[in-house]
Design a binder for this molecule. Structure first.
Ligand code: 9YT
Length: 132
């Protein structure tokens, strides 16, 4: 069994900070669960374009609000506590936050640990692992 606490993980390299978000990766590839699990904070008033061409991602909004735009169709969906979206087609998308958003995120295949977006908004398949 694996038991971890967000507050403890926040003090380790599991917490990755980027320009518009930060994310604490509670489960990673080396946990051998077949997915990774993260608690992500999207900073208030930000816009992030992403394209996870190497991963499938599902996101659940715990708190805060904003919207997600599917750039292929221009369709926009409000995000509020309780909203889930799944990027089942590796969808190119823009995430906008009105207020700080707390999100629970799952990635398949699992992240190694230290991934940040490249210039296309993707994560590489093989990135550096965190120290365990
Ligand atoms: C919602 C989203 O994709 N935010 C970017 C960070 C990502 N969730 C991560 O790396 O944990």
């Amino acid at each position: 069994m694996i038991v971890r606490h967000l507050h403890a993980a926040n003090a380790t390299s599991r917490r990755v900070v980027s320009k518009t978000w930060e994310s604490t990766r509670l489960l990673l590839k080396n946990d051998a669960m077949g997915f990774s699990f993260h608690i992500t904070t999207i900073y208030a008033g930000t816009e992030t374009r992403m394209h996870y061409r190497n991963h499938l991602e599902s996101v659940y909004c715990i708190s805060g609000g904003g919207e997600i735009e599917d750039t292929a169709t221009g369709e926009r969906h409000a995000i509020q506590p309780g909203t889930m979206y799944a990027l089942d087609k590796h969808d190119v998308h823009i995430l906008r936050s009105n207020t700080e958003m707390k999100m629970a995120c799952v990635f398949n295949p699992p992240l190694n640990g230290l991934e940040v977006h490249d210039t296309t908004g993707a994560y590489p398949l093989e990135a550096q692992s965190v120290e365990s």
